[in-house]
Design a binder for this molecule. Structure first.
Ligand SMILES: [Zn+2]
Length: 347
């Protein structure tokens, strides 16, 4: 049966309400590791904790050094922005699997032009509505994607709206999702990477994601797969570009009707969620292949395991090597003792 994502009427008001509630919760949140705290200037009175290494424990100054290093490599990694393809490539396998199995519907519901300095068009903001896994008491989520190639797409008459849209789908984006995974695991990464389309988050995810692994929740991943491969998104962006070109100032506001949305949902519901087999829907097969790609997930951990002598110094308590060791321990799901036993065997 098709997933029910409800009516698309009034979603702007609903999103505004969610944004307000999120901001309110964040204002009242305690035990946040601020950028100042990350530099080591945090009030000793506020005892912070981390799960770096696998178990919850009080935060040490070595942890702060490891976090600063993580944040620095993160900044470097996202210097050139991020594209839909890269979002999928850099995501964790666990998120991609959930995107394939649980999130079967993603509808582009509305679009508006975001204005930058001097009131010129900065990007096209598209709001997608996805179904929810229903494990967390909500039946839908809102994913916001800002297409940064929009000003070029409307200014350049050299390309047809179809060609311009197809190019824009491959260019830089910013994004946001209202779910908990994005809020507590990934929004900090998006903020440091400068591709967040929602509230900035400067508090280091010391409990949920101390290694800063992954980039996107299952809702964002489903949307990125649709952006990459679906003719529905292609047609939607074409309409927005055509409309933006008609107006001198690039304003483009479009909406998907509930009737049109229900057709899209029916089509998406026919896709099998199980492994293997082609659906005959070329767009979807392509998008699904993208979600199934071998994991190219990156973390801020070094990709190479430290060499023999470094492994030994990890055991001697070098904080950087120790942090790397604990990262490996966490990734492999083994105990610290097991890791040490393995490392002692290879020195
Ligand atoms: Zn999400």
């Amino acid at each position: 049966m098709a997933e029910d994502i409800g009516s698309l009427k009034g979603i702007s008001a609903e999103v505004r309400q969610l944004v307000r509630a999120d901001a309110q919760r964040r204002r009242e949140a305690k035990n946040i590791l601020s950028p100042k705290g990350l530099q080591g200037n945090y009030d000793a009175g506020e005892l912070l904790h981390t799960t770096l290494g696998g178990e919850i424990r009080p935060l040490t100054s070595d942890d702060l050094a490891a976090f600063r290093q993580n944040a620095r490599s993160l900044g470097r990694r996202f210097k050139g922005g991020i594209t839909p393809r890269q979002v999928i490539d850099m995501s964790l396998a666990v998120d991609r699997k959930k995107a394939r199995q649980e999130i079967t519907v993603a509808v582009p519901a509305s679009a508006r032009t975001v204005r930058g300095a001097g009131r010129s068009a900065d990007s096209l903001e598209v709001r997608f509505v996805t179904n929810a896994s229903k494990k967390h008491g909500t039946y839908r989520h809102f994913v916001t994607v800002q297409f940064l190639g929009y000003p070029t797409a409307i200014a350049s008459g050299a390309l047809t709206p179809a060609k311009a849209a197809s190019q824009m789908r491959k260019e830089g984006i910013r994004f946001d999702c209202d779910c908990g995974r994005h809020t507590y695991w990934y929004r900090y990464i998006a903020t440091v990477g400068n591709y967040n389309a929602g509230r900035a988050e400067n508090g280091y995810p010391k409990i949920r994601n101390p290694n800063l692994a992954g980039v996107a929740c299952k809702h964002v991943l489903r949307v990125m797969a649709e952006v990459e491969g679906s003719s529905v998104v292609q047609n939607f962006l074409e309409r927005a570009i055509a409309k933006g070109r008609e107006r001198m100032d690039g304003t483009s506001t479009i909406r998907t009707s509930d009737k049109a949305a229900s057709k899209i949902i029916q089509k998406q519901a026919l896709r099998p969620t199980t492994h293997g087999g082609r659906t005959g829907d070329r767009d979807y097969d392509r998008a699904r292949r993208a979600l199934r790609q071998q994991s190219r997930a990156t973390t801020t951990r070094p990709t190479k395991v430290a060499s023999g002598s470094k492994r030994v110094s990890a055991l001697a308590g070098d904080p950087k090597a120790e942090a790397a060791l604990m990262g490996v321990v966490q990734q492999l799901g083994i105990s610290r003792e097991q890791a040490i036993a393995i490392l002692q065997g290879v020195k």
